[in-house]
Design a protein around this ligand. Structure first.
Ligand SMILES: NC(=O)c1ccc[n+]([C@@H]2O[C@H](COP(=O)([O-])OP(=O)(O)OC[C@H]3O[C@@H](n4cnc5c(N)ncnc54)[C@H](O)[C@@H]3O)[C@@H](O)[C@H]2O)c1
Length: 255
């Protein structure tokens, strides 16, 4: 097969959680551009409807919208069933749901701690587990979990111990799943972005200059700059790649 064709996703069925905006939406658009049918799942119903309408207009693939809270195990199981019944299968899962609460460890209460862990770590686990059951039934698939460079480094100046811990957990959880599910033809990888311009980071504009200064490339990432890595990892081009964490951070972790 020609190398270029290894990236073609025509006929694949994909699900992007957290796909209604930000990095998830950019990934959903990339998957559609490479030919996959795409289901967008998100807790924010209005954004789901908007994204589905805009993507249906822009791409010649099937686009499905699902409103789902990934912390709810029953809702996650129903989401996977909905994708399987819409597309007949599930080949690709990209998990982009994530929240960050910027608060010092001494001040984080149990409720906040659990909210971050439930959303980022347990939510991702539930989506991977339910998707794996579906993928096993059809002979395999590929998953990418959007982790963060915060799973490797401790950010500064803002304090965010709960987020950093959840992302470190996601990276190692992904490796564990990669080991367990290789025999089923399922590859599981993470992409770890550096600071990226989305609505998540737009809530703290005062940090942007300092973050850029700490980045060798002296700027923040655009969501589209993460998409090529995700496409690579879910495509046949990465057929021998599993349990890997692809850091895309403008060099932040080099210093
Ligand atoms: N923006 C950054 O600088 C950055 C850097 C590294 C990693 N990341 C990670 O990338 C991912 C996407 O981040 P983003 O910047 O696009 O954020 P974002 O806030 O723009 O998008 C996150 C999406 O997840 C959805 N969501 C939140 N909780 C949910 C739940 N319980 N169930 C279903 N959907 C839920 C939101 O509605 C939203 O659409 C996150 O995992 C984040 O931690 C972001």
């Amino acid at each position: 097969m020609a190398i270029k064709q290894l990236f073609d996703l025509t006929g694949k069925a994909a699900l992007v959680t957290g796909g209604a905006r930000g990095i998830g939406r950019a990934c959903a658009e990339g998957l559609a551009e490479f030919g996959a049918d795409v289901a967008i799942a998100d807790i924010h119903e209005e954004n789901v409807n908007k994204t589905v309408a805009e993507m249906t207009e822009a791409y010649a693939v099937k686009v499905e919208g699902i409103v789902c809270d990934v912390t709810d195990a029953a809702a996650v199981a129903a989401m996977i069933e909905q994708v399987a019944s819409a597309f007949g299968k599930l080949d690709i899962l990209v998990n982009s749901v994530g929240i960050c609460i910027w608060r010092a460890a001494l001040e984080v209460d149990e409720e906040e701690w659990h909210k971050v862990m439930d959303t980022n770590l347990t939510g991702t686990f539930l989506c991977c587990r339910e998707a794996a059951k579906q993928m096993i039934a059809t002979g395999g698939g590929a998953m990418v979990n959007i982790a963060s460079m915060s799973g490797h480094i401790v950010n500064t100046p803002q304090a965010q111990a709960s987020y950093n811990t959840s992302k470190a957990g996601m990276i190692h959880m992904t490796r564990s799943m990669a080991a367990e599910w290789a025999e089923y033809g399922i590859r599981v990888n993470t992409v770890s972005p550096g600071y990226t311009l989305t609505e998540m980071t737009q809530t703290v504009p005062d940090y942007h200059e300092g973050w850029s200064e700490l980045t060798p490339m002296k700027r923040l990432c655009e969501p589209e700059e993460l998409v090529g890595g995700v496409i690579y990892l879910v495509s046949e081009a990465a057929s021998f790649t599993t349990g890997h964490d692809l850091v895309i951070d403008g060099g932040y972790m080099v210093w």
